[in-house]
Design a protein around this ligand. Structure first.
Ligand SMILES: [Zn+2]
Length: 223
C-alpha cells in the first residue's frame, strides 16, 4: 500500500445521482477518475492492472447516501482484496491520507528462499496500523481455501515483479557510472507509486543504507 492522491473536485454526477431513488455511484467519469487516481492499481495489494475491479466504499455505506456518493469514500480495489476486507477488517489506514504513512509504518517483506513468502509487520503500536497489517497478511497469504488460491496467484505476480526489480538492482550495483545513470532511471520507475507492488520495492531499498541514500527522494510519501 502506498500513498495515492485523490483528485478534486469530485465528479459532478455524484451529487446528481445522490438525489435519485436508485442512483449509481459509478456514474459518468467516476471509473476513469478512479483509474487515474489509483494508477490502475488495487489500493490494497498494489497489483497493477488487475483483471477484476471493484469500486469499494472505504467506509461501508450500509445504505447511508452521504457515504455511498462521497467521492473521498470511493476506492479502486481488486475483487480478491475487496472480498477479503469485507466486514472483517474495519478501520484500516487510508492510503489517500498522507499522514497515515501506509508504506512507512508498515514493513513489506519478501523472503524468496526456499519458497517465496510474504511477511507484513507493523512498526508502530496503533490499532488501525495493526488492522491494516492483518488485512495485508490475509490478502497475500489467504484465509479461506478460495482466497488461498487467489493469494497464490497474487504472490506469483509479486514474485515475478520483485525478481525483475532485484535483477535491475544487481546490474545497478555492478554498473559503471554511465550505465548506473540509465539504470537509476529504470529503478525510479519501479519506486514510483504507479508501479506494481511499490511498497515492497521501497522496503528493499530502505534495507540498504547506501541505496536508501541514493534513492531517498523515491521513498517519500508524496511520490
Ligand atoms: Zn488487490
Amino acid at each position: 500500500m502506498v500513498y495515492l492522491e485523490k483528485s478534486q473536485p469530485a465528479p459532478a454526477c455524484l451529487a446528481e445521482e445522490k438525489t435519485k431513488a436508485n442512483g449509481n455511484y459509478k456514474c459518468g467519469e467516476v471509473l476513469d477518475r478512479l483509474k487515474d487516481d489509483f494508477k490502475n492499481k488495487c489500493y490494497i495489494c498494489e497489483d497493477e492492472g488487475p483483471i477484476s475491479i471493484d469500486v469499494e466504499h472505504f467506509v461501508p455505506h450500509k445504505g447511508d447516501k452521504d457515504l455511498k456518493f462521497d467521492w473521498s469514500n470511493l476506492f479502486l480495489a481488486c475483487t480478491h482484496c475487496n472480498r477479503t476486507k469485507g466486514v472483517a477488517y474495519k478501520d484500516v489506514l487510508n492510503c489517500t491520507h498522507k499522514n497515515d504513512n501506509v508504506d512507512q509504518n508498515i514493513r513489506y517483506l519478501v523472503d524468496p528462499f526456499p519458497s517465496f513468502k510474504v511477511d507484513i509487520r507493523s512498526l508502530i503500536e496503533d490499532a488501525r496500523t495493526e488492522t491494516t497489517k492483518n488485512l495485508l497478511r490475509a490478502v497475500y497469504n489467504g484465509e479461506t481455501p478460495t482466497q488461498k488460491l487467489e493469494s497464490g496467484n497474487l504472490r506469483k505476480k509479486l514474485q515475478a515483479e520483485i525478481k525483475s526489480f532485484q535483477s535491475l538492482l544487481d546490474r545497478y550495483n555492478r554498473a559503471d557510472d554511465e550505465e548506473k545513470r540509465y539504470l537509476a532511471g529504470k529503478l525510479k520507475e519501479h519506486l514510483d507509486n504507479a508501479s506494481s507492488f511499490t511498497a515492497f520495492k521501497r522496503w528493499i531499498i530502505r534495507d540498504s543504507a547506501a541505496l536508501a541514500e541514493t534513492f531517498q527522494d523515491c521513498l517519500e510519501q508524496s511520490q
